[in-house]
Design a binder for this molecule. Structure first.
Ligand SMILES: Cc1cc2nc3c(=O)[nH]c(=O)nc-3n(C[C@H](O)[C@H](O)[C@H](O)COP(=O)(O)OP(=O)(O)OC[C@H]3O[C@@H](n4cnc5c(N)ncnc54)[C@H](O)[C@@H]3O)c2cc1C
Length: 484
């Protein structure tokens, strides 16, 4: 069907805003990833009834539907060639003492402001800050710096309300037959095949579902492939009264990750890393031999933690010890701008594709991960920018690619993912599979787990219209539709 026909039909059945002009289709053909996929129409439903009508229409006509939050995802998971469902009109928040009931389109920034007034916060904090949405964070199982202490979204998701492709509204968890059916598909043998890492956004997180009251967790990281999230109940916590942020300078990445494995034992609230490619863009007089920085934050037992840290770190210098709120915030902003700083050094024929940017291993294995990075850098003669969530063993790796060499990008990705799986890691700790990694989900988990994933997808979306080719796919999309 042509865009105009789909657009006018959806307008007729729902009366909500539908766009299919060139400008809007171009705008929604990109997100924060390296991909470009042009949709047919963009729809802005205002209530559940409208979503149900759109999904029934799309099911009947076999048109793909891709839900979209703020489009800050890094692997093209919010891009689709059919209908884009922008959830921005789903914007209500209700705060309760220990949890918040939030609609999918609520922006993180709005949520934070509302919670702050009550002295509360939501643990997972993607570095993109205020711009992502509740729906997007759930659907990618987002994490962030403070996930080290407070977990990823999956650890903080109490309940979720979704609409499946047939237009059925489901609350998870519930006591329904549907819940029982899904629960029966998950067993210990399947769960054993998941990597031992503290965060993981690859595939469906069956390892986190051990009882009926965990079933909402199947939606965390599902990337819009199982249902449209309309609202969620998420855990909130009291804001810490005090924080200390200590910034450590290391000569190189290796030394920093060796210390990271020791520092996590002190239970910091965050342990983050940036390498020299980023440091060189920060206006500050670092010691000339600074090759890597660690950001260590404690929000409990501050004085003791600071003293303990001093005892265990080696080959490092303390650059800053910050306790004032404004200063702590300023330096976190510097860390959170790592990607922006990396882009400053780019020339027009260089790019930083998001392909191998999100592997996670156990923190003790970070040295092995760094070794893999070094070998790839040497073999392909590439500079590689590295930053990320060292405490979680999750490093964001951006090789600087020249002249859009897609063949080389694919080769690097295959090599990198195989090695990560070999050392017991996940190919994605927080950004998800999307267009970049869905074809590797089977490699990550093996046939048995993958066949359960397929059965689950079939239950939620029998006609495969919900964000097709994400997570479950037979296609290789990694090097297709790359705009870089
Ligand atoms: C500079 C930068 C820093 C980042 N740092 C981090 C970080 O530290 N940690 C981290 O985890 N991520 C990070 N990200 C990635 C990204 O911000 C997060 O994944 C974020 O949670 C995506 O939210 P969004 O609203 O933009 O979702 P989108 O990009 O719009 O969508 C992401 C996925 O969610 C699905 N989706 C969106 N809404 C719904 C819904 N209502 N129902 C079902 N599915 C839905 C989409 O289909 C898509 O699959 C970063 C991104 C950038 C650009």
């Amino acid at each position: 069907m042509k865009a105009e026909k789909i657009g006018t039909e959806i307008q007729r059945i729902t009366h909500c805003q539908v766009l299919w002009d060139k400008y809007s289709r171009d705008f929604y053909s990109v997100d924060s990833s390296s991909y470009l996929v042009k949709p047919l129409v963009i729809v802005f439903p205002r209530n559940e009834k409208e979503i149900i009508k759109i999904l029934r229409f799309a099911s009947k006509k076999s048109i793909p539907v891709t839900p979209r939050g703020a489009g800050t995802g890094l692997v093209g998971s919010a891009l689709g060639r059919g209908i884009i469902l922008d959830l921005k009109n789903f914007d209500k928040i209700k705060v309760y003492p220990n949890y918040v009931q939030a609609d999918a389109g609520v922006l993180r920034g709005t949520l934070d402001k509302k919670l702050e007034k009550d002295g509360k916060f939501f643990g997972p904090d993607p570095s993109v800050g205020p711009y992502c949405t509740v729906g997007g964070m759930i659907a990618t199982n987002a994490s962030g710096s403070h996930s080290l202490k407070y977990g990823s979204v999956i650890d903080n998701l109490i309940g979720v309300r979704i609409i499946t492709s047939s237009g059925k509204t489901i609350n998870l968890p519930s006591k329904s037959q549907f819940d029982n059916k899904i629960l029966k598909m998950i067993n210990r043998n399947v769960q054993k095949k998941f990597p031992h890492v503290s965060k993981n956004s690859c595939g469906y997180r069956l390892d986190k579902i051990t009882k009926k009251t965990d079933l909402q967790k199947i939606i965390a990281g599902s990337e819009g492939t199982l249902g449209i999230i309309v609202s969620a109940k998420i855990k909130i916590l009291p804001l810490p009264k005090k924080k200390i942020l200590i910034i450590l300078s290391y000569r190189n990445l290796e030394q920093a990750v060796i210390d990271s494995a020791k520092i996590v034992k002190l239970a910091p609230s965050a342990l983050e890393l940036i390498d020299k490619n980023i440091i060189e863009h920060i206006k500050f007089n670092f010691p000339t031999d600074t090759g890597c920085l660690l950001f260590v934050e404690f929000d409990k037992n501050i004085e003791k933690s600071k003293a303990d840290l001093g005892k265990i770190i080696t080959g490092t210098r303390i650059i800053k010890t910050l306790t004032k709120k404004d200063e702590v915030k300023k330096w976190w902003n510097i860390r959170n701008s790592a990607l922006g700083f990396s882009l400053r050094g780019m020339t027009p024929n260089q790019s930083l594709p998001t392909l191998i940017e999100d592997a996670a291993v156990s923190v003790e294995k970070l040295v092995l991960l760094v070794d893999i990075i070094k070998k790839i850098s040497k073999k392909y003669k590439l500079d590689i920018i590295t930053y990320g969530h060292a405490g979680n063993g999750n490093l964001h790796i951006r090789p600087i690619i020249r002249n859009k060499n897609k063949k080389m990008m694919k080769k690097i990705a295959v090599e990198f993912f195989s090695k990560i799986i070999e050392i017991g890691g996940t190919i994605t700790g927080e950004h998800g599979d999307g267009l970049a990694r869905s074809e590797f989900v089977k490699l990550q988990y093996g046939n048995d787990v993958y066949s359960v994933f397929k059965k689950i997808k079939q239950e939620f979306d029998p006609k495969n219209i919900l964000n097709p080719d994400k997570i479950i796919t037979t296609k290789s999309n990694m090097a297709k539709n790359l705009k870089v």
